[in-house]
Design a protein around this ligand. Structure first.
Ligand SMILES: [Zn+2]
Length: 324
């Protein structure tokens, strides 16, 4: 019995030893696991930091919303509503524009001219002025030179500028062939040369080309193509050249229908510094490969002011780093 007991004790102690061994192994295993986990943890931190630094690089890209409107309609004026005036999907209301502009002006945005965009962000031939630091750049443009812009949009900007003591530019891409043309109901009335001069003298208009007769530039070529581009610039200069000592009127172009191709782009450096598309992409300065393919976002009647504000919020805030 004693023997049996001693054997049992021996067995017990063996079990105990085994248990201790197991615990030792478990500790070793846990240690290794923790060690590995530490490695995994470190790797994770590393991966996250790469991700974050990637994001930082991304955030270092200067993002500038370039927003493109067409005609602006006052919904409180029956003369500007059907049946008096046809409604188009690319119309935008004065009331919604007012909400959007109020946000932009209040929130300290920099309403760029096309030359500002070129000089400070594309060509970078000049540092961003110190007074612009802390601001968010945005470009607000209107294509086709409709009268509604002068009648309905300009007064909003004038009023807001007066209230908030801040000035900004509207970029107007116009077709000089249609200046002052008003053919009634089926063809929207266009601004006159005097309207453009008025908005320019007040410091709110930046007037640029949209081709002479709004032809799709990719569907014409040779002399016809060059005529559309050259004549537009010539006529804009005739209309306002005396006000424009720096020859910045007509220095830039927005393609009718947002359409451009290699033949157009080969010809452009002779006449223009930049060319604007309609591709609905947010403009990222550092990713720009070609001055003649600058992204713009088209606005239509279904885009709420809130949606526009969401786009505007994507703009980078300019810091000292960007001004260097
Ligand atoms: Zn157009």
């Amino acid at each position: 019995m004693v023997e049996i007991k001693s054997t049992q004790i021996g067995k017990e102690s063996m079990r105990l030893e085994q248990l201790l061994e197991n615990i030792k192994f478990l500790r070793f295993f846990l240690f290794r696991l923790l060690h590995k986990a530490k490695l995994i943890y470190l790797l994770l931190i590393f991966a996250i930091s790469i991700g974050v630094s990637g994001w930082t690089v991304e955030s270092n890209l200067i993002r500038i919303p370039l927003i493109g409107f067409h005609d602006i309609v006052d919904t409180q004026n029956p003369a500007q509503l059907p049946p008096k005036r046809l409604a188009f999907s690319i119309d935008y209301t004065k009331q919604d524009l007012s909400v959007f502009l109020e946000y932009i002006i209040k929130e300290n945005y920099w309403l760029l001219s096309s030359q500002d965009l070129y000089v400070y962000f594309i060509d970078k031939s000049q540092p961003i002025p110190a007074r612009r630091l802390g601001q968010k750049p945005i470009m607000i443009s209107f294509d086709d030179g409709y009268k509604g812009v002068h009648k309905n949009a300009l007064p909003i900007l004038e009023k807001l500028s007066l209230i908030h003591k801040k000035k900004g530019k509207f970029v107007l891409f116009v077709n000089p062939h249609f200046l002052g043309v008003d053919m009634g109901r089926d063809f929207l009335p266009h601004t006159t040369c005097n309207d453009l001069r008025d908005g320019y003298k007040k410091g709110f208009y930046d007037v640029q080309s949209h081709g002479f007769t709004h032809k799709n530039l990719t569907q014409i070529s040779g002399k016809g193509l060059e005529f559309e581009i050259a004549k537009s610039k010539l006529e804009l200069r005739k209309c306002m050249g005396d006000l424009d000592k720096n020859k910045l009127i007509g220095a830039h172009i927005a393609y009718p229908y947002g359409a451009s191709d290699s033949e157009v782009e080969e010809l452009l450096p002779k006449y223009h510094l930049t060319g604007f598309l309609y591709d609905d992409h947010l403009f990222r300065v550092n990713r720009l490969k070609n001055n003649y393919r600058i992204s713009r976002i088209t606005v239509d009647k279904d885009m709420s002011p809130r949606a526009l504000i969401r786009i505007a919020k994507k703009a980078s805030t300019l810091t000292k780093k960007e001004s260097l």
